[in-house]
Design a protein around this ligand. Structure first.
Ligand code: ATR
Length: 276
């Protein structure tokens, strides 16, 4: 049976095994998907051993997405734009790195939440690996403007600089900003910081929201609750990161197996299981 894993540190709470098991059952694919805890200094060695033992590919999670990208000689265009990978396929002719986080987020916003981004004003908060992974696909959805705000402004500036020509190709005004001075009245805000994970509260003020805005936090489960409550308290539609998680997994499954699973029933099943 073909074997896949989610590789990261930590991985014990990852929902990916549950998601891929559901996709496999639904599509009739025979595969085994587990967790692979990698030592912080031993990501490459651990993965090489897994591949040598017959592993076919992996999902990559915190903190290895940049290292995974560096390890693969072959890279998809979206992985190249992000400089980071969340999916590897161990092909005989060389490992292939892909990044399905951005398309996963976009599908969740535009299809699941029914919020097309074209012509909208978008605020993306955070400038770490999570933001790097999604910025390119967000720009390709052609919002009128995208402001990238971060606690450390220099990191936002660097990410804006590496995406500036991609933004102009798609006719998007792309700007960097501090958290305190990121503007107001956005149609969609996306929290890609680790603030919810750290229990640090929402890092921007409520005037960033237009009435009825979509406010999405990439976190899910109890850690996302304060952000969702904040969104509801200020007249926005809150959304957690569970939909993005299932959608990025659906893209990875397709890359590995050549079959597109249906994501909606798996998302519903996961929400019911988590009470989210
Ligand atoms: P990831 O790969 O999940 O993006 P990361 O690369 O460590 O993780 O980035 C974490 C992001 O969350 C950064 O944008 C960080 O801001 P800095 O660049 O200023 O460090 C942001 N972040 C973490 N804790 C935060 C907090 N309490 N408030 C606001 N931003 C926070």
């Amino acid at each position: 049976m073909d074997r896949y894993v989610v590789a990261g540190n930590p991985v014990e709470h990852s929902q990916s095994p549950r998601i891929h098991a559901a996709f496999a059952a639904q599509t009739g694919q025979l595969l085994d998907y587990g967790r692979l805890l990698c030592p912080l200094e031993g990501f490459a060695a651990t993965l090489k051993q897994f591949a040598a033992e017959g592993g076919k590919g992996c999902s990559v999670t915190v903190p290895f997405k940049f290292e995974a990208f560096e390890l693969a000689p072959r890279r998809s265009e979206r992985a190249l734009l992000a400089g980071a990978a969340n999916t590897l396929r161990f092909d005989a002719e060389g490992w292939l790195a892909d990044n399905t986080d951005g398309i996963g987020l976009l599908r969740d916003i535009e299809i699941n939440a029914k919020r097309p981004l074209a012509g909208k004003r978008v605020l993306l908060i955070g400038a770490g690996g999570a933001s790097a992974g999604v910025l390119g696909p967000l720009l390709a959805a052609r919002p009128s403007e995208l402001v990238l705000a971060n606690r450390s402004v220099d990191k936002a500036e660097a990410l804006v600089a590496s995406h500036s020509s991609w933004a102009s190709i798609h006719g998007v005004q792309l700007k960097s900003a501090s958290l305190a001075d990121c503007g107001r009245g956005f149609d969609v805000i996306i929290n890609a910081t680790a603030a919810s994970l750290a229990g640090a509260g929402v890092p921007v003020g409520p005037d960033v929201l237009v009435p009825g805005a979509l406010a999405l936090d990439m976190m899910y489960g109890p850690k996302a609750r304060p952000f969702l409550d904040w969104a509801a308290a200020h007249g926005a539609e809150g959304r957690d990161g569970l939909g993005m998680l299932v959608e990025q997994a659906g893209e990875a499954f397709q890359l590995w197996r050549g079959v597109r699973p249906e994501t909606a029933p798996v998302l519903a099943q996961l929400r019911a299981g988590l009470g989210a």
